[in-house]
Design a protein around this ligand. Sequence first.
Ligand code: AMP
Length: 417
Amino acid sequence: MQTIRGFRDILPETIGLWQKVEKEATQLFEAFGFSEIRIPILEKTELFARSIGEATDIVEKEMYTFEDRKGDKLTLRPEATASIVRSYVQHKMYASDPVRKFFMTGPMFRRERPQKGRYRQFYQIDAEVFGIDSPYIDSQLILILHELFKRLGLTGLSAHINSLGCPDCRPAYQKALLEFLESKKETLCENCLRRMDKNPLRILDCKVIECKGALMDAPSTLDHLCPACTDHFETVKRTLEIQGVDFMVDKTLVRGLDYYTRTAWEIQTTTLGAQSAVAGGGRYDKLVAELGGPPTPAIGFAIGFDRLVEVLEQIEAPKEKPLDLFIVSLGDTAVEKAYLWSCELNRNNVRTELDFRGKSMKALMKRADKLKASYVLIAGENELAQNTVLLRNMATTEQVSLKLDHLVLDLIRIIKK
Ligand code: AMP
């Protein structure tokens, strides 16, 4: 049996980097006032269709959707924002305090064409802020990403930022865009032509080479922003500059989902080839109301966890956790004693292993080496007959004889020194 195409196991050998990222991210989010939220993997299909948008790649062709036994249409979540908004509205969180900051980590599912950096089950680290329309929050979220990547030792990343405007300035922009698109109709792909009526902004995201070429001179949202959106974007840029966060304004950046307004961004790396985006985010001030809540500004981002780990793998090997102690036990009595000591040590956070297979001294010493044990405890029949054991420091090869009375306490004292 094999995993399904686009699905994969994250094996213990590589888990160290995943845990390191998760630890750094949690610490950072908590310092910035975020609380963890956990949401279901399965939701009603309608939630994603309504929020992400019918005319998007995700909803049109990438969702894992099926009917359950009662005929309800369900979908494996392709992203987290929609579910977190659903949760915010469902639990009326806005009633007690509209300002909420959440983070979460977990698997997402999209039926894309698998390749390096692109999987059908992939993981995201997600952050969302509700109830704050200030541009300082847009800036702060980009700063958090910058800080996290800095703490992880990553270089060569750049933030591409854009403003997508708001319902006040979008219509004028959409009109200018449609006029431009009409003039390019001959060159655009079928998908783009279909989207002209439904969602022309989406066309700017088309990956077909001919479309990309035709869209080079497309009008930019930035030239059509209303004064409020312009001010908002200026504050974001100014504060990022003051805080030394590198960014570039990218007028072609529209992001693949319908719900974005105002600031949108993507963090790109040069080290992953085609799949260059390691994180993306944006403001979605209308979504809470669209999903049945009171008008509430909101903004968030998602980090591609798999891709982030792939970038990290290029700069550091995952660290194995070294073993504190390996017990070499020779003879049945010794094995049982070793088992009891090892459990006691494990309960005291000393990483201890032993071997139950009755192997020779030589084989057991080899195993201790393989496990990179810092110490080896040798419990042979001769030693035990004298109520002692030998403790060997593998780095210095020094050996000391220890009495069996208070053995576990002595070991903890020596090993944890
Ligand atoms: P999005 O939710 O599309 O804005 O994606 C946010 C981030 O998730 C992207 O920048 C990628 O790093 C990551 N991502 C999206 N789709 C995939 C995928 N199929 N496989 C791996 N990572 C992905």
